[in-house]
Design a protein around this ligand. Structure first.
Ligand code: F0G
Length: 349
């Protein structure tokens, strides 16, 4: 088999040795999709990095392959995470493959259905709490201190190491460094990881410039934009419903060192972009992922991004993760009689 996942592909950039058992579902190598529609709309060259095409349907698999492999190497028997959904889905699948227990703490009622079904089906011990992601993560930190469980949230540095391969891949596929690199920001691990990846390629002389890291938070959950934690974060994009990001400082460093920005988009802007990407580009991503495109459109409108720029937007998770939002915000099927005349009439033939 030629493609062996992100650890084998980028082994020399990763903290693994020949002793590390590689736990992989051959994640990574996701499509980088040029969008003519978005390019014309924005007068830029726009590519979508479709991380929803990873084995569990989100970018988390890049970090999880490394976090779980390193936990296995260390001899851990159990891993634990707090999650808005995708981390738990990925942790559950990789822990299952590694024959380890997986404990998941989620905010009750705020996890998209697809993600919850994944954690359940992969046999994780799933606990929902009356609290938000930030409180769940606090609980997980304490569990990690007191009990023999390995934390696989992005406060585990191996998660960031694995996720930085996304940056390598973007350059390897595109053959160029984007001027603007747009992505949603929640717990802020991913923007931290991408920036680390780009800097490592730069330091290794693989690339000679760096992108402007352009992050977007949901307006109701925008602590980095506001400059203070948000106690009761809210947004339809539940994946990024986070009020006190663990990687806050490194996200600010990525923003400042790259000459980029972290700004907010409203839920309406997110849903508009979500529909646009699905309906006009043909790529189905989850609402949080659409924040990257919503943000690009907003910053173009505000004149903050000039014409003719090379832009990559990361679509962090698959649209099927959150069927409820699709059904709620999308068009409704029309009931008709089961005959050709009825269909033809509807179509105006
Ligand atoms: N997009 C999706 C689809 C996510 O699931 C997340 C985070 C983000 C963006 C933001 O990435 O946290 O690195 O800034 N999801 C985490 C989870 C919090 O538990 O699945 P970030």
């Amino acid at each position: 088999m030629k493609y062996k996942g992100v650890i084998e592909t980028y082994r020399k950039y990763l903290p693994v040795t020949e002793k590390t058992p590689v736990i992989t579902f051959y994640e990574g190598n996701t499509p980088l999709i040029h969008s003519k529609y978005l390019s014309e709309l924005t007068k830029c060259e726009v590519y979508l990095k479709y991380e929803g095409a990873n084995p569990t349907g989100s970018f988390k698999d890049r970090g999880m392959t490394l976090a779980i492999s390193k936990a296995k190497e260390k001899g851990s028997k159990a891993v634990i995470c707090a999650s808005t959904g995708n981390t738990s889905a990925s942790a559950a699948a990789y822990a299952c493959r590694a024959d380890m227990d997986c404990i998941v703490i989620i905010p009750k009622g705020k996890i998209a259905l697809g993600k919850l079904s994944q954690a359940i089906m992969h046999g994780a011990k799933v606990f929902e709490v009356d609290g938000n992601f930030d409180q769940a993560l606090e609980l997980v930190r304490e569990m990690g201190e007191k009990y023999p469980v390995e934390i696989v949230n992005s406060i585990n540095p191996f998660r960031i190491e694995g996720q930085k391969t996304g940056a390598f891949e973007v350059y390897d596929q595109l053959g160029a460094v984007p001027d603007y690199f747009c992505l949603p920001v929640g717990n802020a691990g991913n923007i931290t990881a991408y920036w680390k990846g780009f800097k490592e390629y730069f330091d290794n002389k693989k690339i000679s410039k760096l992108p402007k890291m352009t992050g977007f938070q949901a307006a109701g959950s925008a602590p980095i934009v506001l400059g203070h934690p948000v106690n009761n974060p809210e947004t339809i994009a539940t994946a990024i419903r986070i009020g006190n990001p663990a990687s806050w400082k490194t996200a600010e460093a990525a923003r400042d060192q790259s000459g980029g920005s972290i700004t907010s988009v409203t839920d309406d802007e997110i849903i508009e972009a979500y529909k646009l990407v699905a309906g006009k580009v043909g790529v189905f991503c989850e609402p949080a992922s659409a924040a990257s495109v919503a943000g690009l459109l907003k910053r173009r409108k505000e004149g903050k991004i000039p014409d003719q720029q090379l832009v990559v937007c990361v679509l962090t998770g698959h649209g099927l993760k959150d069927p409820d939002t699709a059904i709620k915000t999308g068009q409704k099927p029309k009931s008709i009689l089961c005959n050709t005349a009825a269909v033809a009439r509807e179509l105006g033939y």
